[in-house]
Design a binder for this molecule. Sequence first.
Ligand SMILES: Cc1cc2nc3c(=O)[nH]c(=O)nc-3n(C[C@H](O)[C@H](O)[C@H](O)COP(=O)(O)OP(=O)(O)OC[C@H]3O[C@@H](n4cnc5c(N)ncnc54)[C@H](O)[C@@H]3O)c2cc1C
Length: 113
Amino acid sequence: MPNQFDLVVIGGGSAGVTAAMKAVQLGVKTALVERSGRYGGTCRYVGCVPSKTLLHTAQTLHTMRQHAAKLGLPASDPAVDFSAVIVTKMTSFDGLARRMATMRPVNFMQPGA
Ligand SMILES: Cc1cc2nc3c(=O)[nH]c(=O)nc-3n(C[C@H](O)[C@H](O)[C@H](O)COP(=O)(O)OP(=O)(O)OC[C@H]3O[C@@H](n4cnc5c(N)ncnc54)[C@H](O)[C@@H]3O)c2cc1C
């Protein structure tokens, strides 16, 4: 039977993905069920990764405004392209998508599949 598993993990957020990867490493035939159709959960799409991207952008702007002159760099007051900031935030998890593509042989499934 092709759809028989030793372990079914429900929810493809950080916890579920980590559990599924560990199970596969241990040789357990594992299915990971995610209802949204995209894996990574809160951390990947709204939490850790996007929020840290915004914080890094803000920190960089602060450094340019407050410290560039002290470092011997021409004083500058960079404009903020908020649209570009948001695009960067929304694509900050693309690298994770590439990494997750290497996660086979976890069997990715959606409920009802
Ligand atoms: C703004 C923000 C910033 C954060 N920053 C950090 C940080 O810097 N460092 C850190 O460690 N943590 C951070 N966190 C917390 C982190 O995001 C969570 O701890 C983490 O996402 C929890 O992972 P999880 O897998 O338990 O749940 P989730 O990420 O919520 O994943 C649950 C998954 O299960 C799926 N699901 C739910 N019910 C079902 C069902 N019945 N069937 C199928 N699938 C289902 C959901 O669609 C979802 O994909 C942050 C959170 C927020 C909101």
